[in-house]
Design a protein around this ligand. Structure first.
Ligand SMILES: [Zn+2]
Length: 346
């Protein structure tokens, strides 16, 4: 492991944030033709990040207060091990946003700081923010046999964290709690992350398909996001195609965008993120044969490995990706919002 990653581990040390287990490459992938992208060799030793604080991980239970002091009103209480984006620093305090999107101050003594990284050309210099979709009272899509998208997404995200040797990994959600879309995107934006990958599985297909209905979404105005989505689509499809099940898909499966009626990115995590981001919809969890695949640890690992190869190629090559498709027009649907009684993880 590169020295920089060890330094980051020392700095972070938080549960679910950085995982240092060695890379398990495509051994669990069903496709023998998929050669794993080799890990970069001769990785230069980057200095530990020393820029502004982009996010923190709580190290003890801490009260979020209205002012940068120890006595003002309580906004929320947060348990240890939660990642929070940092908007500003005031002396020994940082202004944070909670998963329920309340803002206030906590003392730095109750947290470990995650500093802004330098630009990355190697995995060792990269900060990858992984976003396990949904959580808490929001299950996401549910399979016919009860498998919940929020649980599958978190498991894939944790496996992916182990697939990026040397990179600094930050999960936007480290357990089963509600987290707002602005909150998730703020972690990536405030950290100036190299890439932001939101892990999901799909629902409501158009119909049967001869191949996996994998979809990835990119940000309208970001060529880097488009490349990230294209690489992610390419690796996911190559990994999932060898499984032979009754697939379902949308007619416009592929690497694509979705525009809101106001001309912006429809999906909040893409709209709010100021760094290159993608949403990955690997399989349709609402389709029983695909739910059965997602229930298998080996398939979740294969999906994580595919995402890991895509992120590695995004950081270390200029490969363009593939599968780009012009989406058909969709209705707007109800906007996502946090529950009015959203509970921060205390
Ligand atoms: Zn989802």
């Amino acid at each position: 492991m590169a020295a920089a990653a060890i330094a980051a581990l020392v700095v972070l040390g938080g549960i679910g944030l950085i995982q240092s287990r060695p890379q398990k490459h495509a051994t669990s992938s069903p496709t023998a033709t998929t050669a794993p992208t080799p890990a970069p060799t001769a990785v230069p030793t980057a200095p530990p990040p020393s820029g502004p604080i982009g996010a923190i991980t709580t190290t003890r239970e801490v009260t979020v207060r209205t002012q940068p002091d120890g006595t003002s009103g309580s906004v929320s209480v947060i348990r240890p091990g939660i990642v929070l984006p940092v908007a500003a620093r005031t002396g020994g305090f940082v202004r944070v946003m909670t998963p329920c999107e309340r803002t206030g101050y906590i003392p730095l003594s109750a947290a470990t700081a995650i500093h802004d990284p330098p630009p990355a050309r190697t995995l060792a210099g990269a900060t990858i923010v992984i976003d396990p979709g949904h959580g808490g009272t929001e299950d996401g899509a549910i399979g016919p046999h009860g498998l919940k998208e929020k649980d599958v997404n978190l498991d894939i995200a944790r496996r992916l964290a182990g697939d990026l040797p040397g990179a600094r990994i930050v999960l936007t959600r480290t357990g089963d709690y509600n987290a707002g879309l602005s909150f998730r995107a703020a972690i990536a934006s405030d950290l100036h992350a190299t890439a932001f990958v939101s892990v999901h599985n799909n629902a409501e297909p158009d119909g049967p398909s001869s191949k996996p209905g994998t979809e990835t979404y990119y940000q309208l105005r970001s060529p880097s996001s488009k490349r990230l989505a294209g690489l992610t689509y390419e690796e996911l499809l190559r990994t999932l195609e060898p499984y032979h099940v009754r697939w379902v898909a949308d007619r416009d499966a592929g690497a694509k965008y979705r525009t809101s009626t106001s001309g912006l990115d429809y999906y909040g995590v893409l709209r709010h993120s100021t760094v290159p981001a993608t949403i990955t919809e690997s399989l349709f969890i609402t389709n029983a044969p695909e739910e059965a695949l997602l229930a298998q640890p080996s398939v979740r690992q294969a999906i994580a490995d595919a995402l890991g190869r895509a992120i590695t190629r995004y950081v270390t090559t200029s490969d363009p990706g593939s599968g780009f498709i012009t989406p058909y027009k969709r209705g707007e649907g109800a906007a996502f919002s946090l529950p009015t009684d959203c509970h921060d993880p205390s």
